[in-house]
Design a protein around this ligand. Structure first.
Ligand code: ADP
Ligand code: ZN
Ligand code: ZN
Length: 654
C-alpha cells in the first residue's frame, strides 16, 4: 500500500521530500505520480512535482505533513518523462525538480518575437512527386526504425518535403511525431505545410500561447488526441504518445541550446528521448554543426544527402568583395548589382547581423570608448530613438556630443548597423521601395508577416535585415543577396566563431537563386582570406568541415573533448573571482584526467552589473568533466551574493 508522496521542487536542491496525500479528494493513488501539488515547504507554500510513491516514511523524519492539494486533475508527466528528467539531472547537473520545471509548458518563453496568428485559412496542398534523392532518403529511414539520420542538403534541396513524408509514415503507423524548428515565429510557411498535410489536430507550441492554451495542448497530446507537435526547443518535451519520430530542422541553430538552467540542448535530449521510445531521429541542415558532421563521419549517424535544387533554381554564384578598398557600407559591386536587379524587375535581400545605427562611440583625442554602465560592452547608437543602447541589458542613455572623459569635441561613431544601412540605401536608391526587418522595426504581432507578405508579392525592391531575413524563407523574386558585413562573428573569442560565420554566409546566400538560375550573392568582408569566408563563398563545404575538424583536434576542442563551463557571477567582482579560484583548487585535488582552463574573466566580463568569471573543465570523457563539476558544486561554499552557472557542452563561451 503506497501511503506517501515523493515530491521534488523546482529548486537547485537534489533531494526529494515526503508528504501525505491531500486530505480532501485524494482520488486514486494510481493517478498521483506526475501531478503537481501545493505543499508547505519551509515557511511558504510551494508547487512541487510528485515523482514517486513510498509505502514507508523515511526514517528520522518527525511528523509527515499532508500536501494541501493537487494542482492538476490528471498527471502532467508520465513515467517516461520522469525518467527523461532524471537523465537531464545527471547530464546537465541540475535537480530533478529543475529538470521537470523546464519541461513544463509555459514555464519559459522561447522567443520574444511575436508569433504569427494560428488561425490562418488553409489552402489545398500541392501533391508533388519526390525526387530520386528524396525517395532514397525516405527509403533509408524506413529501413531502420529507431535509427539516427542526418539530412544533409543544400539550401532549397527539399528537406522539408522529406521531413513531411517521414512524418506521414510515422503517423500512418500509429506513432507520434515531434517536429522541432529553431524559432516558431519564423516558421509560418512550415506550419502551413504541416496543417495542410495532416488534417486533424496539430499542436503548434509557440511563445504567444497563454499558459492555459499550452496546458490544453499538452493534455491533448498526452491523451493521444493530437499525434503531432511542432515547436521550438522546449517542444522536445511534448508528451507525444507512442513517439515514433523526432525531426530537428536547421540542426545547427544556436537556439536549440537553452540559455538558462538547465542548459540543455534539444538535440541531445532528442537523442535520449528517441532511445527511450525506440523512435527514429532525423535532423537536417545545409550547414551541420561540426559535432554532427563528426558523428556522420564516424558512423554515429547516417548521412542522407540532397544535392540538387528542386524548384528550378541553381546554387547562386557568390562574389567576395574586399572592403579594404571601399568607402561606406555598400561596395561599388553591390551598388551595381542592386541596380541591375531592379532593372530586371527582381528583388534584393541585404543582410547584416547587427541592429542599430552604429555600434561604437569613440574619442579620437584620448581613445575613450563609450561602454554600458552595467556591462563591459560598447553601446549602440539608435538614431530613430536618439539613444545609446546596450544590447545585453537594455540600459540606454542620451548620446554624448563631447568625450565624457577628456571633453574633446573630436568624437565619432564607427561601425554600422541595419538602421544606418537603411539610411544609406534609401539615400543611394531613391525611388526604390525599401523595408527593414529587425527586432527594432518589427516588434508587434503580425508586423513581420505583413512585411514578408509585401515582399513576397513583389511590392518591395530591397528587404534589409538581421537573421530574420536569413532563415528558412523562400521568395521566388529574389535575384540578389548581399551580405553587408560577413565578419561580425569572426573575431569573437570563441572556438565556434569560424563555424558560425561559415554557416551564416552559406544560409544567407541560400536565399538567392531558389527558383531561377541567375541568383547572385555578394559577400562583403575585411577578411577575404579567412577559411570560413573563402570556403563558404566557393561552395567547398566539405573542405571547410575537414579543416575545422583538424583545427579542433589540434586544440583539443569539441568534438574531440567535452567541456563543462562554470561561470561565477556576482555584483561583487572579488567574490566572483575568488569563487572561481576556489573551484580550480577543488578540481586540482581530485587528480582527474581533466584540463582546467582558467579562472579567467569571461570575454564579456560584466553583464547587467554582474561580474563574471569562468573556468572550463575539459576532458576526453564527459563523465570525468561531470565528476569535476559535481565536486565543485558540492564542495564549494558560495557566498550569498555569488551564483554558479553550470553549462555542459556550452555553445557560447562569451
Ligand atoms: P530546404 O528545406 O532543403 O531548404 P525546401 O524544403 O524549402 O528546401 O524546398 C525548396 C523548394 O523546392 C520549395 O519551394 C519546395 O516546394 C520545392 N520542392 C521540394 N521538393 C520538391 C519536389 N519533389 N519537386 C518539386 N519541387 C520540390
Ligand atoms: Zn576623449
Ligand atoms: Zn548593459
Amino acid at each position: 500500500m503506497s501511503e506517501f508522496l515523493e515530491v521534488v521542487f523546482n529548486i537547485p536542491i537534489d533531494s526529494s521530500f515526503t508528504y501525505l496525500p491531500p486530505a480532501k479528494n485524494p482520488g486514486d493513488s494510481s493517478t498521483w505520480v506526475g501531478r503537481r501539488v501545493i505543499a508547505s515547504f519551509g515557511r511558504r507554500k510551494a508547487t512541487g512535482f510528485v515523482v514517486g510513491l513510498k509505502s514507508e516514511a523515511p526514517a528520522g523524519v518527525g511528523t509527515i505533513k499532508a500536501a494541501d492539494r493537487f494542482l492538476d486533475k490528471e498527471p502532467l508527466f508520465g513515467t517516461g518523462e520522469i525518467e527523461l528528467a532524471r537523465w537531464m539531472g545527471e547530464m546537465y547537473l541540475c535537480s530533478l525538480g529543475e529538470a521537470l520545471g523546464s519541461m513544463l509548458p509555459g514555464a519559459r518563453r522561447d522567443s520574444t518575437v511575436p508569433a504569427f496568428p494560428a488561425d490562418e485559412p488553409i489552402g489545398e496542398d500541392e501533391i508533388r512527386e519526390l525526387s530520386d534523392e528524396q525517395d532514397a532518403a525516405i527509403a533509408s529511414m524506413a529501413a531502420r526504425q529507431g535509427g539516427t539520420f542526418y539530412l544533409y542538403g543544400i539550401t532549397g534541396s527539399g528537406k522539408t518535403e522529406v521531413f513531411l513524408a517521414a512524418a506521414r509514415r510515422a503517423l500512418d503507423a500509429g506513432r507520434g511525431v515531434i517536429y522541432l524548428v529553431p524559432e516558431i515565429s519564423l516558421t509560418h510557411q512550415l506550419i502551413e505545410a504541416v496543417r495542410k498535410r495532416f488534417p486533424g489536430p496539430v499542436a503548434v507550441l509557440h511563445s504567444a500561447m497563454t499558459p492555459s492554451q499550452r496546458l490544453a495542448a499538452w493534455h491533448s497530446l498526452r491523451l493521444g488526441e493530437t499525434m503531432i507537435a511542432v515547436g521550438a526547443r522546449s517542444a522536445i518535451f511534448a508528451p507525444v504518445r507512442n513517439l515514433g519520430l523526432v525531426i530537428i530542422d536547421e540542426e545547427h541553430e544556436g537556439s536549440y541550446k537553452s540559455s538558462s538552467a538547465p542548459r540543455y540542448h534539444a538535440r541531445q535530449v532528442a537523442m535520449k528521448r528517441c532511445a527511450l521510445a525506440g523512435a527514429s531521429l532525423v535532423m537536417g541542415s545545409a550547414t551541420p554543426s561540426v559535432e554532427a558532421w563528426r558523428l556522420m563521419e564516424t558512423g554515429g549517424m547516417e548521412r542522407l544527402s540532397l544535392t540538387r535544387r528542386l524548384s528550378g533554381g541553381e546554387m547562386p554564384a557568390i562574389r567576395v568583395v574586399d572592403m579594404r578598398g571601399e568607402d561606406g557600407c555598400l561596395s561599388r559591386s553591390l551598388v551595381g548589382e542592386i541596380e541591375e536587379t531592379k532593372a530586371l524587375g527582381r528583388q534584393t535581400i541585404l543582410f547584416l547581423n547587427r541592429r542599430g545605427f552604429s555600434y561604437f562611440f569613440h574619442c579620437r583625442t584620448c581613445g575613450y570608448e563609450l561602454k554600458c554602465r552595467h556591462c563591459s560592452v560598447s553601446l549602440t547608437f539608435h538614431k530613430a530613438a536618439n539613444r545609446m543602447v546596450c544590447h545585453y541589458c537594455g540600459f540606454s542613455a542620451p548620446p554624448p556630443s563631447v568625450c565624457p572623459e577628456c571633453g574633446s569635441l573630436d568624437v565619432g561613431y564607427a561601425g554600422y548597423g541595419t538602421e544606418q544601412v537603411e539610411e544609406t540605401v534609401r539615400a543611394r536608391f531613391p525611388g526604390y521601395t525599401v523595408r527593414r526587418v529587425d527586432t527594432d522595426s518589427v516588434s508587434k504581432k503580425g508586423e513581420l508577416k505583413t512585411v514578408l507578405d509585401e515582399f513576397r508579392s513583389g511590392g518591395v525592391d530591397i528587404l534589409l535585415g538581421t537573421q530574420m531575413v536569413a532563415k528558412g524563407l523562400n521568395f521566388p523574386g529574389v535575384r540578389l543577396v548581399g551580405v553587408v558585413q560577413a565578419d561580425t562573428a569572426l573575431q569573437l573569442p570563441d572556438f565556434r566563431s569560424a563555424e558560425r560565420t561559415f554557416s551564416l554566409i552559406t544560409q544567407v546566400a541560400g536565399r538567392a537563386g531558389r527558383f531561377f538560375k541567375d541568383g547572385t550573392v555578394i559577400v562583403q568582408t575585411f577578411h577575404p582570406e579567412a577559411d570560413a569566408i573563402r570556403l563558404s563563398c566557393s561552395g567547398r563545404q566539405d573542405e571547410f568541415y575537414a579543416r575545422e575538424i583538424v583545427a579542433r583536434e589540434a586544440l583539443g576542442f569539441p568534438p574531440f573533448s567535452r567541456i563543462v563551463r562554470l561561470v561565477f557571477r556576482s555584483k561583487n567582482g572579488m567574490s566572483a573571482s575568488s569563487a572561481a579560484g576556489e573551484a580550480v583548487a577543488i578540481v586540482e585535488t581530485l587528480a582527474l584526467e581533466v584540463e582546467v582552463l582558467g579562472p579567467a574573466e569571461c570575454p564579456i566580463g560584466v553583464i547587467a552589473g554582474n561580474h563574471r568569471y569562468q573556468i572550463l573543465l575539459k576532458s576526453a570523457a564527459l563523465p570525468t568533466a561531470h565528476r569535476a563539476a559535481r565536486a565543485v558544486k558540492e564542495g564549494l561554499r558560495l557566498p550569498a551574493d555569488t551564483y554558479l552557472e553550470v553549462d555542459v557542452d556550452p555553445v557560447s563561451l562569451l
